[in-house]
Design a protein around this ligand. Structure first.
Ligand SMILES: Cc1cc2nc3c(=O)[nH]c(=O)nc-3n(C[C@H](O)[C@H](O)[C@H](O)COP(=O)(O)O)c2cc1C
Length: 274
């Protein structure tokens, strides 16, 4: 909406008068009315607003004169831009339903488009995952097994160990703890794991199958650490578990991989570090 006209100027004057009663809150406003509003980091939240409520967003010049008034939908939560000093009013007709909210800070958490998700047993993949984060400034999430792997799994040749049995039983899907709620917000998942018997640990497949729909249309860049095996033997299982995503060929790295090498490997996988 552009500059306000005459009638809107009157309305704005009413708003300003209401504000001048000294009831402007820092960031959260609540009166004895049950309705309330908060504005934090670009998100306006409204609670208990009656059906006929209206929200007005007023912005001001340096002298405190109203410059613009916008009408917003009344929603429980909505993203909306505002400058420091702007105010939101929740009204029904000419009656304020709660004290106005004054915007005291607007810095919104920048949304990241990449997340590094990894599983690590002995710590090498974890180190590489952290180096990738320092290169890409991505978010990070560790896949933590519900039942931790014990050191007996370090004896690769012992066919009675859990890792041996899992890796040799294609249907096994070890559970992980917690959940990654916002995975659909990312465009790219950089997915790390140690090579176990030539493949990705089965818990990686558990993760991919759990989030298959969220990862629809997203790009997955696998990476691994290993004693000597390459990543290629792990890709077919990864691709069938993440059948809705584009799975790149990925790369093998080390715990002490140089940042320039990480950048080069990401570039080989079509990912440009910003
Ligand atoms: C159960 C198990 C199986 C492994 N199988 C292989 C393998 O097939 N090829 C290989 O090069 N390294 C293999 N390794 C070595 C790991 O891939 C390597 O040590 C890796 O860097 C460990 O990563 P992490 O420290 O993140 O757990 C295996 C290790 C374990 C524990």
């Amino acid at each position: 909406m552009g500059k306000i006209g005459k009638s809107a100027a009157f309305f704005a004057a009413v708003i300003t008068a209401c504000v001048s009663f000294g009831s402007v809150a820092e960031a959260t406003a609540q009166t004895s009315y049950t309705a309330s509003m908060t504005y934090e980091k670009g998100v306006l939240k409204t609670d208990n607003a009656p059906f006929d409520a209206l929200i007005y967003h007023a912005s001001y010049d340096d002298n405190g004169v109203v410059q613009e008034v916008r009408k917003l939908e009344v929603k429980a939560e909505q993203e909306t831009e505002a400058k420091k000093g702007d105010r939101f009013f929740l009204w029904s007709g000419m009656l304020p339903l709660c004290v106005p909210v004054e915007v005291s800070e607007t810095a919104r958490e920048p949304k990241k488009d990449t997340i590094v998700v990894y599983f690590s047993f002995q710590g090498s993949t974890k180190k590489l995952a952290e180096s990738i984060v320092s290169v890409t400034d991505a978010d990070i999430w560790q896949i933590v097994p519900e039942e931790p792997y014990g050191n007996e799994n370090l004896n690769y040749y012992d066919s009675s160990t859990r890792s041996y049995i899992e890796q040799n039983t294609p249907s096994m899907r070890p559970k992980f703890t917690g959940s990654l709620d916002n995975v659909a917000d990312y465009d790219t998942v950089i997915l790390g794991y140690p090579i176990w018997y030539g493949k990705a640990p089965r818990i990686i497949l558990t993760f991919l199958e759990a989030y298959k729909d969220d990862l629809d249309g997203k790009t997955i860049i696998p990476f691994c650490t290993s004693g000597s095996s390459g990543i290629s033997g792990s890709l077919s299982e990864i691709r069938s578990a993440a059948s809705k995503s584009t799975v790149k060929d990925g790369f093998r790295g080390t715990a002490s991989m140089a940042e320039s090498d990480i950048k080069a490997q990401l570039a080989n996988n079509g990912y440009t570090v910003k």
